[in-house]
Design a protein around this ligand. Structure first.
Ligand SMILES: [Zn+2]
Length: 121
């Protein structure tokens, strides 16, 4: 549920950012119709806002998977080059921890990708 914040320009500010420019959104109500509008004029229906944020979430999850894979690669390199057995063990434990997290995030990213694709006819 969005928190409503009074805005100086008469719109009701909501604690949501514009998917296009990240500016704060104001809410405009006309009966049951709701539009979210940012300062530069991007306008979103609740449905188009949900669709846009689904793409943002999917992109963020894949970015996290990529960052985790890069970290695992760097940690494996550190472990291989380390001459200190205790340090090597710490690097390998961190590899396992990040690898487990990456499996979970990758699984969620795949679910988001499937959810954002239109059903096959
Ligand atoms: Zn905007």
């Amino acid at each position: 549920m969005a928190h409503l914040i009074p805005a100086a320009d008469g719109r009701t500010g909501v604690a949501m950012g514009c998917p296009d420019c990240r500016g704060g959104l104001g809410e405009i109500r006309d009966g049951d119709d709701v539009q979210y509008v940012c300062q530069v004029g991007h306008s979103w229906s609740p449905q188009s806002f949900v669709a846009a944020t689904e793409n943002d979430i999917e992109d963020a999850l894949w970015t996290a998977v990529s960052a985790m894979q890069e970290k695992v690669t760097a940690l494996r390199g550190l472990a291989e080059r380390s001459h200190d057995p205790a340090a090597r063990l710490r690097y390998l434990e961190e590899v396992r921890r990040v690898d487990r997290a990456a499996v979970l995030v990758r699984s969620q990213a795949r679910r988001e990708t499937r959810a954002s694709q239109p059903p096959a006819e």
